[in-house]
Design a protein around this ligand. Sequence first.
Ligand code: HEC
Length: 144
Amino acid sequence: MKHLVLGFGTLVMAATMAMAHGGVKDPLVKARMDLMVEIKDSTGVLGNMLKGKIPFDAAQAEAARLALLDHAKAIPAAFEVQATDPKTEAAPAIWTDWDDFVAKSNDMVAAVEAADASSMDSLRAGMGAIGASCKACHKSYRID
Ligand code: HEC
């Protein structure tokens, strides 16, 4: 487990995420929210490169893409148990339409696998499909 080799940066990040979800009591709900925040952070790095907020760097972009790939693959396991919490935004339909939920997380895996982070242009094309995969799942399974 990578969490056994915590560096200082990871500790700071974990502390920040704990604060963001301070009101969440259920550990499984908190873990799946933290997974989504990690997904948002990797997407944010790629998005910031595309927007020119940080310089494009192919190695950094590929690292963010690979992190996103790991996290996308971890979605079904993070949601397998129907844990709940007053703060959850997870729709109960996840567990009644489980196969579709897994299919939507596989769509995200496929979009991240297909994305090519070697140049700004290819990354831009790939990010469109990745963003669409987030939206497709949130539309059905995340309550705002
Ligand atoms: C297969 C379904 C699925 C996919 C794909 C998915 N999400 Fe989510 N996401 C959810 C669900 C369900 C929740 C609500 C979890 C909860 O509150 O228990 C959520 C919550 C979130 C949250 C809120 C976390 C918090 O602070 O509580 C963020 C941010 C987020 N997703 C970002 C993303 C981004 C960005 C992508 C795409 C790169 C993505 N998600 C892809 C299902 C998905």
